[in-house]
Ligand binder design. Structure first.
Ligand code: SF4
Length: 439
């Protein structure tokens, strides 16, 4: 019998802010981005699965909060676990139980990269960095019986995406997923204080377009008319490469969503190609309508300099039939209780098709986490389970915690009421039609 390796994604998100959880995030118009992300298959695990040497029986499993009996039923002589910070304690519980019955457990991913010593208390080995180069070494050492506790990258954040394997989409249960992830780029050239993308993912890298299309075609072979989420942070940061990508996607019958920055609206050649290439929605981090809240948010004040072009950018994208999902963050140092109505007013004025509001979250390893710790503002030393994007983790500067939570609750009630959602939908359709009529 070949030995079994299981790739285990610990997903799901539980918001701890009871006010939001019992009211706002359950509103019908609310799309919980964290929950959407958590319900996507783990591309990282599918990718390292593809780099496993032949001769093993491979499984992919997704769990949310398994019982002990369910953990005991998991297959695997070796289990590779990936989990978001908010779910890491569940992952530790699973790992401890698996190891208790002699299963070898390996952790990887962003949390493991940032806090390897903590993770090592629950693992036989920790991949500290990009898994593509580390995983084959880990499996080889496991085969030899000489597994080490930590595996470090030789040159952190430099894995060449031209070597990216085809993720093992074939391990997925097709019935379970209606969205599939593909990576086209890694990292981001900007450096927002709260974001892990620019520092922890290494320098910004693009995958050669033929490899992206290889992945897309493999998905199309299994899922008819698939909906793809690009697992990128900033897909169109390089407009020339983005144009090439869009030309490749055109005619493939794929509908897709991705995240990018507002500069996508500067480039007509990109904008005109989006809808014909299957783009349905772009998620753009506007972060705040308030200039003072944008000041200092990224290392070069790029977002502050972009603020005056926000409305025009939304119009240029949406009039081309691609909806914009605008994201905003509350709890910035310059935010006062007035920021909540300001966001609502901006969303209305802009005609955004969709909107997401989250609370500023100091994920471990970010510059923001280091600053708030130095300023003594973190509510607790350890707050992994509150990294849901909806739970407060630190003392705001210019409002109380109660004002922050009440403001979010108020804003969610306004933005996600049926009437507001329908108004945005109608507004987007009108915008999309206006250009068609004009041309
Ligand atoms: S622009 Fe977006 S992806 Fe890039 S560093 Fe800022 S928040 Fe992260």
């Amino acid at each position: 019998m070949p030995e079994t390796i299981t790739f285990l994604a610990v997903s799901g998100v539980r918001v701890r802010n009871t006010l939001l959880d019992t009211h706002a995030v359950t509103l019908p118009g609310f799309v919980h981005r964290g929950r959407t992300i958590a319900s996507l298959p783990s591309l990282g695990l599918l990718t390292i699965a593809a780099l496993t040497p032949p001769g093993y029986d491979l499984h992919y499993e997704d769990v949310i909060d398994p019982t002990d009996a369910e953990i005991d039923a998991l297959p695997g002589d070796l289990v590779a676990i990936g989990a978001l910070t908010a779910r890491i304690d569940v992952a530790y519980r699973i790992a401890d139980r698996l190891r208790g019955r002699g299963v070898t457990v390996v952790f990887g991913g962003l949390h493991a990269k940032v806090l390897p010593r903590e993770v090592a208390q629950h693992a036989d080995a920790v991949a500290v960095g990009e898994g593509e180069d580390l995983w084959p070494r880990i499996v080889a050492d496991w085969e030899r019986g000489s597994l080490r506790r930590f595996y470090m990258e030789d040159r952190p954040g430099t894995y060449d995406l031209a070597r990216a394997p085809l993720p093992r989409y074939d391990l997925l249960d097709m019935e379970r997923y209606n969205r599939i992830t593909v990576q086209t780029s890694r990292g981001c050239p900007h450096d927002c204080e709260f974001c892990a993308a620019s520092r922890l993912f290494g320098r910004y890298r693009r995958k050669p377009v033929p490899l992206v299309l290889r992945d897309i075609d493999a998905i199309r072979a299994r899922w008819p008319r698939p909906f793809v989420e690009f697992a990128d942070d900033n897909t169109f940061a390089d407009p020339a490469w983005g144009t090439e990508l869009l030309d490749g996607l055109r005619g493939r019958g794929v509908r897709w969503f991705t995240e990018t920055d507002v500069s996508v609206a500067d480039h007509v050649q990109l904008l005109d190609r989006l809808a014909p290439a299957g783009c349905r929605q772009l998620l753009i981090g506007f972060e705040s309508p308030r200039r003072a809240s944008l000041d200092g948010l990224d290392a070069r004040n790029w977002k502050l300099r972009r603020r005056d072009g926000y409305l025009r950018a939304i119009e240029r994208i949406q009039t081309r039939g691609v909806s914009v999902n605008g994201t905003f963050i509350v709890g910035n140092d310059a935010d006062t209780p007035d920021v909540f109505p300001e966001i609502e007013a901006f969303v209305r004025e802009s005609g955004l098709a969709e909107v997401q509001v989250t609370v500023l979250t100091p994920f471990p390893g970010t510059r923001l986490a280091a600053r708030l710790a130095a300023e003594g503002r973190l509510l607790t030393r350890r707050y992994h389970d509150r990294c849901t994007l909806f739970d407060a983790t630190f003392t705001p500067k210019n409002m109380s915690l109660e004002q922050l939570e009440a403001g979010m609750n108020w804003l969610f009630g306004r933005l996600y009421s049926d009437a507001a959602v329908q108004e945005r939908k109608r507004g987007f359709l009108a915008m999309a039609r206006s250009r068609r009529r004009a041309s």
